[in-house]
Design a protein around this ligand. Structure first.
Ligand code: HPA
Ligand code: ZN
Length: 326
């Protein structure tokens, strides 16, 4: 087995983390107070105790509700800075952070407020903590394709601050092809492409086929179900597409860390990395995820180095910068 110290010291990249999912109860209370909002919980412990989910929709309800405290540019800046401080403490050197602008614009917070605040957090943390970060704009798949397209258009003045686009929220009834035109336009604008293709959703192999054949993604978030069809594994290998696994998140949402699937992917040479997803809600940042997975699979130090190599390899760092980590 491998020690927590070894995991802590390993240089890491994190590629699958939702910034709104890093909103810890302490900061939630602080922002509520700053913005003159009342939370229906007496204190941090009571709030944390309310975090009980058994599937994706029950999590998403709590997740979206929690965002109401995020209102100003400063709030978004502080959210990013708090995550990057924790990431830097875990020796994360590079991270690609999802944000959900429609979870904010849909409740009246302007897009520029969100993206300017997030960018300020990235810039401040890079200066103070030396951690490098990029932003990935995620569309909410349970909203319309038209709303996604309008959000894409709003993002264009900020293109230099956004490395790519993704797709998250409730997958049921919202297949990848619903967003084919949006992702085609995003590609034409120079964005890299990824999409959540969750395990244990309905029609996952069909969704994976669409993600590969219709959308032409550069990466897949989760995506462990490629194992259900050899043709999908072959295609992912042929194109060098990486998968971003989230063991603790999967454990909360599906009652299994999907460790055997991660093992099988590693054995077949599919580049899979380990990530935290929504650490403030699922109770583990990237190091805790690595320790949990290592325990489950009896990983050794070489395995953990290989997982971090995968993470840097499938990252969207420019080649020169990426190669410095390999
Ligand atoms: N799954 C899908 N959508 C999400 C998640 C998740 O874990 N977190 C934030 N949006
Ligand atoms: Zn996710």
């Amino acid at each position: 087995p491998v020690s927590a110290e070894f995991v802590a010291g390993l240089p890491k990249a994190e590629l699958h983390v939702h910034i709104e999912g890093t909103l810890e109860p302490e900061l939630k209370f602080e922002l509520a107070e700053r913005n003159g909002l009342e939370l229906p919980f007496a204190d941090v412990d009571e709030l944390r105790a309310s975090y009980q989910f058994h599937d994706l929709p029950s999590f998403l309800g709590v997740y979206y509700d929690g965002m109401r405290v995020l209102l100003t540019e400063r709030d978004f800046r502080d959210l990013v800075y708090a995550y990057l401080r924790r990431a830097a403490d875990q020796n994360v050197r590079h991270t690609e952070i999802f944000f959900d602008p429609q979870a904010h614009t849909s409740r009246g917070v302007p897009f520029p407020t969100v993206v300017r605040g997030l960018r300020q957090g990235v810039v401040d943390a890079q200066r103070d903590l030396g951690v490098h970060a990029e932003l990935i704009l995620c569309f909410l798949r349970d909203f319309s394709a038209e709303y996604a397209m309008a959000t894409l258009m709003e993002s264009l003045p900020y293109k230099d601050w956004i490395v790519g686009v993704g797709l998250d929220s409730d997958e049921k009834g919202n297949p990848p092809e619903k967003f084919a035109a949006v992702f085609a336009r995003a590609r034409a604008e120079g964005y890299l492409l990824t999409m959540h293709c969750d395990i244990d959703q309905e029609n996952t192999t069909e969704h994976l086929r669409q993600v590969l054949e219709v959308i032409g993604v550069d990466r897949i978030d989760h995506g462990l179900n490629v194992l259900e069809d050899d043709a999908l594994v072959e295609e992912v290998l042929r194109r060098g597409i990486g998968l971003t696994a989230c063991p603790i998140s999967n454990g909360v949402v599906t009652a299994s860390m999907k460790a055997p699937e991660i093992r099988a992917l590693l054995d077949r040479g599919v580049p899979v990395s380990v990530n935290s997803d929504d650490p403030a809600y699922f109770g583990g940042y990237v190091s805790e995820n690595l320790v949990a997975l290592a325990g489950e699979l009896d990983l050794d130090e070489a395995d953990l180095v290989a997982l971090q190599r995968n993470a840097f390899t499938i990252s969207w760092l420019a080649a020169g910068r990426r190669d410095a980590f390999l």
